[in-house]
Write a protein that binds this ligand. Structure first.
Ligand SMILES: CC(C)(COP(=O)(O)OP(=O)(O)OC[C@H]1O[C@@H](n2cnc3c(N)ncnc32)[C@H](O)[C@@H]1OP(=O)(O)O)[C@@H](O)C(=O)NCCC(=O)NCCS
Length: 319
């Protein structure tokens, strides 16, 4: 099958010879209920269940800086066929969620949608776009690589069941804002969006944060039996891994008998922080990907230069 992609004002023709006109509108114009619906349909056959609701979208706006006016819905013949959620912080955009409904796939809609959000980002002056994609999601990885994104690092997840232990003196609960600020100033550079200090600073109770000797951790509610570790940061420098593991150990000892998880957003090269205190890897992994929004002149379709990922990958030392 061959396909055509022609720019027609706001519309793009995709698909086989006859071509299907795709138009784009913002999620604000389309409405949050419609946006949640097209995302739910697009993710209906996904690896993990992703329950998209208006409440979930509003939560993503608050904690992850999703910008609905920058998020795009792809529409064919008056019907929504795909959506791309865009989060924004400073000069950086994040493709925070993207899906094409099953019946509209493999006709070029996904590529046209990614091109559109990259073009939007470039036009508003953004410098980079980032995303995370499940490594085993071969169609999506191929799509993003084809649109110029480069793998920056592998992200992995962990879980463990903690036993009772002796609480470590010095573990103190702190304001999530303070933890977020410290993680921004002292944390590892180029962390994925979800682990960043900005994300932590936007969390509110019943999420919680703790400090131990210059190491910081943010978690979901500790009254539940299963607790997500949202982010952890050690003391900058040579003691980073030891101190980050130390605060995880102290947390497990203070709240015994819980199941602890870290989603697949943790840099693989720092896995020792978790493995040193008995966590084991969970099956899914992700690629953290990035594209620079400097234009190149190749071809009529937007092309995007690649940032120096080798330098980025080696820059996981502390600032
Ligand atoms: C991934 C997804 C968005 C692709 O959308 P799509 O409209 O089918 O993609 P396109 O038709 O524009 O294809 C563009 C490129 O993506 C890649 N691709 C898309 N589907 C593919 C598949 N089934 N197998 C391999 N590569 C695929 C190819 O590189 C393709 O280029 P090509 O046709 O020249 O080979 C779609 O499959 C989807 O919504 N999946 C479920 C949700 C999801 O995984 N979202 C991404 C989460 S990060």
């Amino acid at each position: 099958m061959w396909r055509v992609i022609l720019l027609l004002g706001n519309a793009v023709l995709v698909g086989a010879q006859s071509g299907v006109a795709i138009e784009f509108c913002s999620a604000v114009d389309f409405g949050l209920e419609g946006t949640a619906d097209v995302l739910a349909r697009g993710f209906s056959d996904y690896f993990v269940k992703v329950p998209f609701t208006v409440e979930k979208l509003l939560g993503a706006a608050r904690s992850d800086s999703v910008d609905f006016s920058a998020s795009r819905i792809a529409v064919a013949d008056g019907t929504a066929v795909g959506a791309a959620l865009i989060a924004r912080r400073g000069w950086t955009s994040r493709l925070a969620g993207m899906a094409i409904v099953p019946e509209a796939r493999r006709q070029g809609v996904g590529r046209a949608l990614v091109h559109r959000v990259l073009e939007d980002a470039k036009n508003r002056g953004d410098r980079t776009m980032v995303l995370e994609v499940v490594e085993q999601n071969e169609p999506a990885v191929a799509l993003y690589e084809g649109c110029g994104f480069k793998k920056q690092r592998r992200l992995v997840g962990f879980s463990t069941q903690s036993e009772s232990g002796f609480a470590t003196a010095g573990l103190a609960e702190v304001d999530l804002r303070a933890a977020g600020e410290a993680m921004t100033l002292c944390g590892v550079a180029d962390l994925p969006w979800q682990l960043s200090g900005e994300t932590v600073a936007h969390l509110t109770p019943p999420n919680a944060a703790f400090r131990l000797d210059g190491a910081w951790v943010a978690t979901s509610s500790l009254s539940a039996s299963e607790v997500s570790i949202h982010a952890v940061a050690g003391v900058p420098g040579a003691e980073y891994v030891k101190s980050a593991s130390g605060i995880l150990y102290a947390l497990g000892a203070k709240f015994p008998g819980k199941r602890w998880t870290m989603k697949a957003v943790w840099p693989e090269e720092l896995g020792e922080v978790f493995s040193a205190v008995g966590f084991t890897r969970t099956p899914l992994s992700q690629w953290q990907m990035i594209v620079s929004l400097s234009w190149t002149s190749a071809g009529s379709a937007p092309a995007f230069a690649i940032v120096d990922v080798a330098a980025a990958a080696s820059r996981h030392g502390q600032r």
